[in-house]
Design a protein around this ligand. Structure first.
Ligand code: PMP
Length: 453
């Protein structure tokens, strides 16, 4: 079929715009998909096609598109105080209110917040904070941060270094020094044939081995996403996190959880740390904090660390947009709507279990080797042979083929290699879940036809 000509906007875009995480040459050949507006869980593209956004943008539009409450909060704040900073002994109403509000929602003894503009900035902040903390404790040698292969912690130098994405490390000589990685708790991908709980313990104990190899007096912190998102919605066996927490406590290594995706109701809790019984020292959040309407991130700080940081003199760190008043106002409105509509409980008790029940039915498809999920996160694994879960060859591009069929059917579903993932807005209704599942199955059928012919 001849390709449709590129629209003037697509031509302009190709001429001037470098996109994030994009092969520009390939994009220029076909022209960018143009999204024009959104309402609820739906997007409309420039051709007027309606698309069900089962990824909530980039895992962030938790309240769905077009929420007047958030627009109004931004508008009012823009009129009252569009900007002021939090440097040099100053605050403003919205930052203080938001910090206090978050402190009531956070697990354990997390009562202090440091604001940033994004998830990546949270993770840069984490590195600087934990090293500053340990120096203040008279242990400047505790510098190394242990993370995991296939983790995602952002795109800045520090974020990409903490992350465990090999293609990202390959560009630009990463990771930075004193950041090391252990294996991930990805049972389907790396532990088949092993008992999942045993596998979870083994993967957690790699942390202990790494701490002992480096020497505990050199290790500052361990960082992990409760559920790895961009890595493919990797849900660790239940044995994993308690063992990680035990090891961190035993060796006094700080526990940092990156809840940039998992936070704000995605797993049916305000934070996934509650689900896993975690009491982290630091917790990163972004995305769902404003439902993605405006950029904001925050690092929550537990009591032990807060004491050290407060006593530790000036912390030479901060961003012009740390705690931007408009972003904080939107976050406060976002939390208010979540509470008014009881969205976290809804994900936990109603729409989360419904999505999981329906998603699990896709497991009987000949292409599907595993389905998994929690709350409103779900993944399925495409396999060439269901009897032994053999994968397709990498160059078969099964995941990309499936993703493109989804788009053609009016569904945004993301592919991570041959893992298909969804993370819909928390406001998704049952009929919309049904539509998601129907389209996903149609896409699987079409993928099967494409790959097997
Ligand atoms: N941490 C996690 C777990 C993420 O998923 C992401 C973004 N997908 C980030 C950090 C980076 O956030 P940002 O893109 O806002 O910098």
């Amino acid at each position: 079929m001849p390709k449709p000509p590129k629209s003037p906007l697509q031509q302009l875009d190709a001429a001037h715009h470098l996109h994030p995480f994009t092969d520009s040459r390939a994009l220029h050949q076909k022209g960018a998909r143009v999204i024009e507006r959104g309402e609820g869980v739906y997007l409309w593209d420039a051709d007027g096609r309606r698309i069900l956004d089962a990824m909530a943008g980039l895992w962030c539009v938790n309240l769905g598109y077009g929420r007047e409450e958030l627009v109004l909060a931004a508008e009012q704040q823009l009129r009252r105080l569009p900007y002021y900073n939090l440097f040099f002994q100053t605050t403003h109403l919205r930052a203080t209110e938001l910090a206090a509000s978050l402190a009531t929602l956070l697990p354990g003894d997390m009562e202090h917040l440091f604001f940033t503009g994004s998830g990546s900035e949270c993770n840069d902040t984490v590195i600087r904070m934990v090293r500053h903390y340990w120096a203040g404790q008279g242990q400047p040698g505790r510098k190394t941060i242990i993370s995991r292969h296939n983790a995602y912690h952002g795109s800045t130098l520090a974020g990409a270094s903490l992350g465990g994405m090999k293609p990202m490390h390959a560009q630009g000589g990463l990771p930075l020094p004193d950041i090391v990685h252990i294996d991930q708790p990805y049972h389907f991908g790396e532990g088949q044939g092993l008992d999942p709980q045993q596998f979870g313990l083994e993967r957690a104990r790699q942390l202990e081995h790494k701490i002992l190899e480096l020497g505990p007096d050199r290790v500052a912190a361990f960082i992990g996403e409760p559920i790895q998102g961009a890595g493919g919605v990797i849900i660790p066996p239940d044995s994993y996190w308690p063992e990680i927490q035990r090891i961190c406590r035993q060796y006094e290594v700080l526990l940092v959880v990156d809840e940039v995706i998992c936070g704000f109701g995605r797993t049916g809790h305000w934070f996934a740390s509650e689900h896993y019984g975690l009491e982290p020292d630091l917790l990163c959040m972004a995305k769902g904090i404003t439902s993605g309407y405006i950029p904001l991130g925050a690092v929550a700080v537990g009591a032990r660390l807060a004491r050290g940081l407060i006593a530790g003199g000036e912390f030479f760190h901060g961003f012009t947009y740390s705690g931007h008043p408009v972003a904080c106002a939107v976050a406060l409105a976002n939390i208010e709507v979540m509470q008014k509509e009881r969205l976290v409980a809804r994900v936990h008790d109603d729409i989360g279990p419904y999505l999981q029940q329906e998603w699990a039915r896709l497991g009987n498809h000949p292409l599907v080797g595993e389905t998994r999920g929690l709350g409103l996160l779900a993944a399925l694994e495409l396999v060439a042979d269901k009897s032994d879960n053999r994968r397709f060859a990498e160059d078969a591009g099964a995941g990309i083929i499936c993703r493109e069929h989804c788009f053609d059917l009016g569904l945004v579903m993301r592919a991570v290699g041959d893992t298909m993932i969804v993370s819909p807005p928390l406001v998704i209704g049952r009929a919309e879940v049904d539509e998601l599942i129907t389209k996903a199955r149609q896409a699987l059928d079409l993928t099967y036809q494409t790959l097997m012919n």
